[in-house]
Design a binder for this molecule. Sequence first.
Ligand SMILES: Nc1nc2c(ncn2[C@@H]2O[C@H](COP(=O)(O)OP(=O)(O)OP(=O)(O)O)[C@@H](O)[C@H]2O)c(=O)[nH]1
Length: 710
Amino acid sequence: MTVVSKDKRKDANGSDSRREAEGRAHPLASVRNIGIIAHIDAGKTTTSERILYYSGKVHKIGEVHDGTATMDWMIQEQERGITITSAATTCFWQDHQINIIDTPGHVDFTVEVERSLRVLDGAVGVLCAVGGVQPQSETVWRQANKYSVPRLAFVNKMDRMGADFYNVVDQMQQKLKAPAVAIQLPIGAAETFKGLIDLISMKAMHFSEDDMGSKVEYVDIPADMAADAEAYRAELIEKVAEVDEELLEAYMDDAGVSESALIAALRRATIANDIVPVLVGSSLKNKGVQPLLDAVVSLLPSPLDIPAVEGVNPKSEKELSREASDFEPLTGLVFKMATDKFVGKLAFVRVYAGQLKKGQNIYNPRTKKRERIGRLLRLHANHREDIDVLYAGEIGGMVGQKLFTTGDTVCAENDPIVLENIEFPEPVISMAIEPKSTADKDALVDALKDLAEEDPTFRTSIHDETGQTIIEGMGELHLEIIRDRILREYKVQANAGKPMVAYRESVSAKGEGSFTFERTIGDENHFAALTLAVEPNGAGAGNIIQFDVSGKIIPDEYRKGIEEGIADALLTGVLGNYAIIDTAVTVIGGQAHDMDSSEMAFRSAAVMALREAVVQAGPVLLEPIMLLEIESPEEHLGDVMGDLNSRRGRIREIKASNDLQVVQADVPLAEVFGYATSLRSLTKGRASYSMEPQAFDPVPSHMTDAILNR
Ligand SMILES: Nc1nc2c(ncn2[C@@H]2O[C@H](COP(=O)(O)OP(=O)(O)OP(=O)(O)O)[C@@H](O)[C@H]2O)c(=O)[nH]1
């Protein structure tokens, strides 16, 4: 299906001379940047593998269960059969360029989902036809809602016993509150699952059994499903007509709704997030993947369909927003850093506007520095292709960029813009780690530094008092994978301690602190006086540093030093050396001398003044709170609730789902170590649970001393 444009400036391929450079292989309208998101084990990787196979990217299908999936290229992913990093890959379908990001389903790696969603234009949510909407599906769905990412849903695993397509569509409407509408129906289920009915063309599809389902055969709808197909098609048209006036008109018209009018309206409704079209199949049995690719092309947005990206704190008209066009000033966002075995440091970038060229000087508005691009790559899961240009709307990798990190905007120095940074959650779990021998010491420091650069939810620090190296992450699996990578990729032998809670500190009131730094080093005097105010910045809002003082009192040249000093001092709190979060710091006064002030002096004064201000502002210890969702048979509900109570849990809600009771509770992380074992014994193994970090809350005062004295 192609939508014919009335715009004279567009040629037959849909390219637009105002927006598109001659060198691009695919017009912007034919580019799709999509993510595959889902609950762990729903079949995202298996589906991506099929996509690569059918689109001719790989010649043999790799399977997750025998560790040969192309997208899961990290050794830890292949051994465990899970996705950890989000792999980026490009493939081609019906003359469209589809850039796909396969994201992990495990909550410990939620950061990967978050940053992918930020740079994607559309997503395919994969759901299991048996399990339906599971807790993690809700999490990723909410994340996609946050970025208003238009979605298709693919109900996978129709070949499994107990598969129920209609139940999953129902759950999507009930649990996810998604405007889910079936655009296909399955023919058969479990062992009788044969193919599907396309409710738009009103044709049935069968997939060949002998060549990995490569051949799709269009046949008439089976007679016993004809009435159902008519009824579901009518429902589809009605639901789209409710949100799309053009279709409503066609619907009221006697001539009826044509296939192309329905597709065009469905596309508009999907892009507006008014409808989530639901498709069906079994990736493992090679059924339904090609129609899914067709739907990606016909229903999900191209970069032209998404709003122009907006600049933060624009200083001029030009910094307000940038449209998807090769001729707008360069505008891109680094959304991921990785260390690649073959090419070294790799910065993944989404270009929103302009052209990113090899050899070009790019500008980082955060560091206010320029850097040349040595190499540009297009990424194909585990191999990389050198290219000269990344055009507007494309995703690729820059090699060896030292000055860029996750969340940084890429632009031209004479045309700056700052895009909104990506927010990442605070790590919740910590662990001490030490090299096995002194020979490994430096290598360990380097490895940790590299890994922290790649992953904004992994931190490393040296404990002020004990001198121990501490690593922090989002969960036990996260830190386990990090340790494994240190050993295998960096060949460093290290011992790790037990996982512990990563506490944080914050302030509970307003406070001020002043410090005067005066010292003679060599034959130079260094002078700086500074007064800072701190106050709570709201839970989850992070830290901010601001200046409420004139340039006469504190000249601009010292501000960078002050900011660095404050940021540094925020890393170690005043109670137990835990990082300070959710605090607003304002520079309210100070003094500089014409002759002997320096950036170094202001940096040091800032560190000391901040500590003083925090001490005055009622410092509090914070602990991570997890959202636990437990599915338990009714008869064990009492025991589960009693146990949650003894763990300082706060029940949010209890609801019935199928034959089970689903309990949602906020529980401090400190109380849920080893929860899997206790839940198993409480419920004879019949309950399951999932948890994810939720917030940081103050530790009850009677427990604070015990934690700090530990
Ligand atoms: N029966 C059946 N099994 C499937 C299907 N698709 C995937 N699987 C199996 O389900 C398991 C999980 O599949 P993956 O593709 O790894 O799922 P995922 O969603 O990528 O999982 P993570 O990467 O861990 O988040 C594997 O053992 C697959 O072989 C399907 O259509 N039918």
